[in-house]
Ligand binder design. Structure first.
Ligand code: NAD
Length: 454
């Protein structure tokens, strides 16, 4: 069996070796999922709900184990990794409530009665990136299973360990092996086979916009259902009337959390020019105080980047000509470390203001007034997330309606809450995950009319 090594970004040691599935192995997994589907779809809604609740409990009891695995495999801080494992538990528990409530409608029509039914799609392929291996997996597999589908899930090559363990926990909880499978291996082999195999009825992809476009084009061949959660270049807009102390204190987390490897990272900080100097003087100590250290330390706020390659890419944006205003610190020695870096003032046309760096690099852009802020915020191919800092509620609403993004927050940097829909405008994606309507993305609507007239 061909395998590939899994390397810890914390100290560059090999921590595991996992199978690199061949196309035959992927086909076998898809066939088994397809055969299992009829029985899974026939499980009574209350029983499916019970199995998902048990899976949530199993994940909860393994929360520390999963968190420790993610610290080692992904370099996430222990605080974040605990939240991520808890998020998987919560997403499973939330969608455990769905099978018993996933009801269609009765629509008034002449000559008979008319019903709609939600039918499962069949086999769903979930493709996961390396930046949030646990939550992103669960946002796909939990609602897909709840809606009566079988799932074949492919974790990223760099970060497969928690997905493999979560699948084991789900199996221990009673979800049949063939109903939820994790297949490790290359995107071009395993992930692409989800696109080309006729028995996979939907691809749920999270990753880069470049690969997302290929997936969408490939899915068109079979008119295959597809959800895309892609890149971002989100704006954090600070108006002069905002609580500047709070806005400055929270800005580092909004970009440096997870070492900036976050699709929702507020990588563009837009500051009203009239308070620019004052805001920067508040931001600098907050950035310098950001704790970049061994991610297993309880007080760590940021760990290393995921790989040497990612560090090379991020470093390419902070070359000699970069306008470095100030930086935080990072450990020396083994591990893919990169210090929090603030570039300022940046023009909206600069490459660092346009491309998703996916690292701890913040571009600060001054703006003149509200219209200018909205214009700059929207001057991007992306539209995933964003924040608005102001104490003027009318302005907050105007700007929130004006910014072309799927998930916005006012006086906060919250992006992902499993109760609410998540997804992007423009090239940040297609479709929505999470929230009360997620199951509709994993179901077909069937309409049935029964004539009652003789
Ligand atoms: P990536 O696109 O390189 O890989 C994502 C996944 O796709 C991996 O599992 C990979 O193996 C697989 N893959 C790669 N090539 C494939 C192919 N040809 N066919 C099928 N599958 C293939 O992305 P990444 O580097 O792992 O993740 C970082 C990107 O993900 C960033 O752009 C980030 O913004 C984005 N992201 C988006 C969201 C969101 O919800 N919008 C969330 C997290 C990450």
């Amino acid at each position: 069996m061909v395998t590939h090594d899994v390397v810890s970004p914390v100290d560059e040691t090999v921590i595991a070796s996992v199978p690199s599935a061949t196309q035959d192995a992927v086909d076998d997994a898809i066939e088994r999922a397809s055969r299992a589907h009829g029985a899974w779809a026939a499980v009574a809604p209350g029983d499916r709900a019970r199995l998902l609740r048990r899976a949530a409990e199993a994940v909860d009891s393994a929360r520390e184990e999963l968190a420790a695995l993610e610290v080692r495999n992904s370099g996430h801080t222990i605080a974040n990794a605990r939240w991520e494992a808890g998020n998987v538990r919560d997403v499973l528990a939330y969608y455990a409530g769905a099978p018993e409530r996933h009801s269609g409608r009765q629509i008034p029509v002449p000559g008979g009665v008319d019903f709609t039914f939600y039918e499962p799609l069949g086999v769903v392929g979930v493709i996961v990136p390396w930046n949030f291996p646990m939550p992103i997996a669960s946002w796909g597999f939990a609602p897909a299973l709840a809606a009566g589908n079988c799932v074949v899930l492919k974790p990223a090559e760099l970060t497969p360990l928690t997905a493999v363990r979560i699948a084991e926990l789900c199996h221990d909880a009673g979800i049949p092996q063939d109903v939820f499978q994790v297949v490790t291996g290359a995107g071009s082999t395993v992930g692409w086979r989800f696109v080309t195999h006729e028995k996979v009825r939907k691809v749920c992809f999270t990753g880069s916009t470049a690969v997302g476009k290929q997936i969408m084009a490939g899915c068109a061949e079979q008119v295959k259902r597809v959800t895309l959660e892609l890149g971002g270049k989100s704006a954090n807009i600070v108006f002069s009337d905002a609580d500047l102390e709070r806005a400055a204190a929270s800005a580092p987390t909004s970009i440096f959390d997870n070492a900036g490897q976050d699709c929702c990272a507020r990588s563009r900080l837009l500051v009203e020019r009239s308070v620019y100097e004052r805001f920067m003087s508040l931001l600098e100590p907050a950035v310098r105080a950001f704790k970049v250290k061994d991610p297993s330390a309880e007080d760590a706020q940021m760990g290393p980047l995921i790989s040497a390659e990612q560090r090379r890419v991020v470093s390419g944006y902070v070359t000699g000509s970069a306008k470095v205003a100030f930086r935080g610190s990072a450990p020396e020695g083994p591990g893919y470390w990169f210090p929090p870096t603030v570039l300022a003032p940046v023009s909206p046309d600069d490459r660092v203001a346009r491309e998703e760096i996916f690292g701890p690099v913040l571009s600060v852009i001054p703006f003149e007034d509200e219209a200018d802020a909205v214009r700059i915020a929207n001057d991007t191919v992306y539209g995933l997330s964003g924040s608005i800092w102001t104490n003027d509620v009318s302005r907050a609403l105007r700007v929130a309606r004006g910014v072309e993004s799927g998930t916005l927050s006012v006086n906060s940097h919250s992006s992902v809450r499993y109760w609410t829909p998540f997804g992007g405008f423009k090239q940040s994606g297609l479709g929505r995950e999470l929230g009360p309507d997620a199951l509709s993305g994993f179901s077909e609507v069937k309409n049935v009319f029964i004539a009652t007239e003789r």
